[in-house]
Write a protein that binds this ligand. Structure first.
Ligand code: DGP
Length: 113
């Protein structure tokens, strides 16, 4: 188990968990790009969005629901926020465990790449 996010999900790395249920957990990004920068990850190791089978697509909806809930509790729901899934090397994915970034708390640039 050398995946850092698997270790966080297993409770092996001390991390403040902001939300958890049977499928996902959420915690703060170690390198925040905005006042609010959270990561929502599946408990199960899925290397990237490209590895998600069609039968597993409801997981993304589940992650987005968790993100919406967190956006409210973090106070960014009204002004707005961004959900991003980086996929693969050219998509800017550094940690090979599927995750969704929830970024907010300031006006974000329109740039996506
Ligand atoms: P990505 O480029 O989409 O793979 O983003 C990975 C993010 O994960 C990056 O913003 C930094 C964050 N990160 C990496 N290692 C850790 C860690 O050990 N703890 C936390 N909280 N975040 C981490």
């Amino acid at each position: 188990m050398d995946c850092i996010f698997c270790q966080i999900a297993a409770g092996r790395v001390p991390t403040e968990i902001l939300y958890q249920d049977e499928e996902v957990i959420a915690f703060r990004d170690i390198n925040p790009q905005a006042p609010v920068h959270l990561l929502i990850i599946p408990r199960r190791h899925i290397p990237s969005l490209a590895h998600l089978s069609e039968g597993e697509s409801s997981l993304i909806g589940h992650m987005a629901s968790a993100a919406n809930r967190l956006a409210k509790s973090e106070g960014v729901s009204e002004k707005g926020y961004r959900l991003t899934v980086n996929c693969g090397e050219w998509g800017g994915q550094l940690v090979p465990h599927l995750h969704m970034h929830l970024i907010g708390g300031r006006k974000l640039s329109g740039k996506l790449g």
